[in-house]
Design a protein around this ligand. Structure first.
Ligand SMILES: Cc1cc2nc3c(=O)[nH]c(=O)nc-3n(C[C@H](O)[C@H](O)[C@H](O)COP(=O)(O)OP(=O)(O)OC[C@H]3O[C@@H](n4cnc5c(N)ncnc54)[C@H](O)[C@@H]3O)c2cc1C
Length: 94
């Protein structure tokens, strides 16, 4: 088992470097939508022709599941809200 030591203790080497790539894993929303997935403006009125689904609409974890963002609950909400947005958009164009 490795004993604790000073980070730069040469006798405890070698130092190992790991390159990290950062990404945004969960955004938990950004655009407010109504039940037809229409994006709402600040005054609460729909922005004509703009629909949103998935993470950007708050359907990854939070939203559908209340304020909680439980692991493994994101994809379901994203897919369901995509279905809702697709259906509403198709209905809007006839
Ligand atoms: C490492 C990791 C593990 C995860 N594990 C799970 C899990 O086990 N279970 C679970 O339920 N959820 C999991 N999630 C969450 C889940 O993957 C996401 O909530 C879900 O994929 C979000 O789907 P989305 O379509 O809303 O967004 P995204 O999948 O992020 O899709 C957005 C798309 O838009 C594209 N895009 C961005 N900007 C532009 C632009 N300007 N023009 C054109 N295209 C653009 C992007 O390239 C991307 O393809 C995980 C997420 C991560 C990162």
């Amino acid at each position: 088992m490795a004993k604790p030591h000073r980070l730069l203790d040469a006798s405890a080497g070698p130092l190992i470097a790991v390159r990290l790539w950062t990404l945004t894993r969960k955004t938990l929303g950004g655009l407010e939508t109504d039940l037809d997935a229409r994006v709402l403006r600040q005054d609460g009125q729909p922005l004509p022709g703009l629909y949103a689904a998935g993470e950007v609409a708050g359907f990854g974890g939070g939203g559908m599941h209340g304020y909680r963002a439980l692991e493994g609950t994101f994809l379901g909400g994203c897919i369901f809200s995509g279905r809702t947005a697709g259906r509403a958009a198709a209905k809007a164009v006839g």
